[in-house]
Design a protein around this ligand. Structure first.
Ligand SMILES: [Zn+2]
Length: 208
């Protein structure tokens, strides 16, 4: 008799893979939403790990947990407390139905978030700067200015409010270091730009 999916299920269970007992909340690394998912498979086992201090080994609980996102249906794996892929940094914007232009801005912003999550801070920084300059031009700045001049414009025109002026100054100072040589952006610089870009996107395209 042909084996059905139920038989396969028992095979998994025999190997220790079981449906989760409770929902798990996490920020999905694919769609960026905070979800609570009960759908998935997990396995927990005792492993004996030896070290120079414990040559006979110490028993350690080792767990793997795969969850399916309730929103985008993509899977995320948790190995102990590590989440793969890791949570997407920054705010999520729902751009569907907001028009082609806003959808493009949100798509480029998301690409930069993926780059930042995967350790490509320099790639993310270039894209955030590009978006920042683009929004500044849409907010009345002249095209063709230097990056730091666009940052000034956002400050002078009040596009970015006073509580964020410290953030603007840090971004401007980092921009001032720029010359025509290539250099790596620090994760802090990329995070600052992520904060500023999301603030701009929210206030310019998503204000109520
Ligand atoms: Zn998702």
């Amino acid at each position: 008799m042909a084996r059905g999916p139920e038989d396969r299920y028992y095979e998994f269970a025999e190997q220790g893979w079981l449906p989760p007992q409770e929902a798990r909340s996490y920020v999905c690394g694919w769609c960026g939403r905070t979800v609570s998912s009960q759908l998935g498979m997990g396995k927990s086992e005792l492993r004996i790990e030896s070290s120079p201090l414990a040559p006979l080994g110490v028993p350690n609980q080792f767990s793997r947990d795969v969850r399916v996102c309730t929103h985008c249906a993509c899977a995320t794996t948790f190995i102990e407390h590590n989440q793969l892929p890791g949570p997407l940094p920054g705010e999520h914007f729902e751009a569907k139905g907001k028009g082609e232009h806003v959808e493009l801005i949100a798509t480029l912003y998301n690409e930069a978030r993926f780059a930042l999550r995967d350790g490509a801070a320099s790639c993310a920084t270039l894209m955030f700067r590009k978006l920042l300059m683009h929004v500044a031009v849409e907010q009345g700045a002249k095209p063709g200015l230097k990056f730091v001049q666009y940052v000034e414009h956002l400050k002078d025109e009040g596009v970015v409010g006073k509580p964020q002026h410290g953030l603007l100054t840090r971004i401007k100072d980092a921009g001032n270091l720029e010359n025509h040589e290539v250099r790596r952006a620090s994760p802090q610089e990329a995070r600052d730009l992520l904060d500023l870009t999301s603030l701009l996107i929210r206030s310019v395209y998503f204000a109520a």
